[in-house]
Design a binder for this molecule. Structure first.
Ligand code: C2E
Ligand code: MG
Ligand code: MG
Ligand code: MG
Length: 274
């Protein structure tokens, strides 16, 4: 008897999951027109100089009925429904348009980093579209960084028309995101034309007992002429430990949470940090 009831609960649970997914997909299709999407910006600091090296754009979607939908869920649904191209183009355009405003209150050399889905990266006209957008905003390719996860980079690497090579040979910068979460990209690291390797936050959990690993990653990344960065730094202890290992680029709640553009124009935002 109990078994049957459980099964019924399971079925109705699955239906709810399914309902939510199709409801999200439906609402996402009008999210851009309804101004429901927004970008938050999180700074990446060079802690040696105290300057902001870059801002990372992070997608936020708030819908009247669904409330806040996480970027992971939004992107997943967008990929499944084909809305991803429209959304990633919106993100790119919005981020490039906000860069001049961010630079007006911070470092003139700060760049903008945009996360990109592998599906959008594979869009044949991507480069053309980006070059046109940069032009509209009076920006250069070096002002833009694209963040790709390991798995996307590895799936591209053997392609003849490797989109990451095309992008970077035009001067656009590339960050490897969530480094260390995929499987063995070490063999390929030298072949990826990245500027910054963003080591996944999970490495921080054992940072105290695992300085050897973090030191090795830093040495390896540097010897390939890239910079290493740790994501998700939350405490002074973490920040100092990593600085002592040579990690000058740092990002996390300690240094600055993702914030809406307007935040950077309030007095709460102190720059340079005291
Ligand atoms: P990500 O690119 O690895 O971004 C870092 C995530 O960690 C962000 O979550 C950020 O808010 C969070 N974070 C930053 N500092 C800290 C910290 O000190 N502690 C903790 N616990 N978390 C921290 P968020 O904003 O929820 O984004 C999650 C993921 O969604 C991103 O991971 C990225 O993969 C994806 N994403 C966000 N925006 C976009 C977008 O426009 N396009 C695509 N394709 N993906 C996006
Ligand atoms: Mg990222
Ligand atoms: Mg990351
Ligand atoms: Mg991540």
């Amino acid at each position: 008897k109990l078994g049957k009831k459980r099964w019924v609960n399971y079925i109705s649970g699955m239906e709810n999951v399914h309902k939510r997914a199709s409801s999200i997909a439906y609402k996402l299709s009008s999210a851009i027109q309804n101004n429901e999407l927004e970008l938050f910006y999180q700074p990446i600091y060079n802690i040696e100089t105290g300057s902001i090296y870059s801002f990372e754009a992070l997608l936020r979607w708030t819908n009247a009925e669904l409330g806040q939908v996480s970027p992971q869920e939004t992107i997943l649904v967008a990929e499944q429904t084909g809305l991803i191209h429209e959304i990633e183009n919106w993100v790119l355009n919005q981020a490039l348009s906000d860069l001049a405003k961010l630079r007006s209150v911070t470092e003139k050399s700060a760049t903008i980093a945009v996360n990109m889905s592998g599906l959008h990266m594979a869009q044949p006209k991507l480069l053309e579209t980006i070059i046109a957008m940069l032009d509209v905003h009076g920006l250069q390719p070096v002002d833009l960084t694209i963040e790709l996860t390991e798995s996307v980079l590895l799936s591209d690497i053997d392609k003849e028309q490797n989109p990451t090579q095309q992008i970077t040979s035009n001067g656009i910068k590339l960050n490897i995101d969530d480094f260390g979460t995929g499987y063995s990209s070490l063999a390929y690291l030298h072949a990826i034309p990245a500027s910054v390797v963003k080591v996944d936050r999970s490495f921080l959990d054992q940072a105290d007992n695992n300085t050897v690993t973090l030191e090795c990653i830093h040495t390896l990344v540097n010897s390939l002429n890239m910079q290493s960065l740790i994501e998700g730094i939350e405490t002074n202890h973490q920040s100092q430990l990593l600085a002592s290992l040579g990690y000058n680029l740092q990002q996390g709640y300690l240094l600055g949470r993702p914030q809406p553009l307007a935040y950077y124009f309030t007095e709460t935002f102190c720059y340079p940090k005291a």
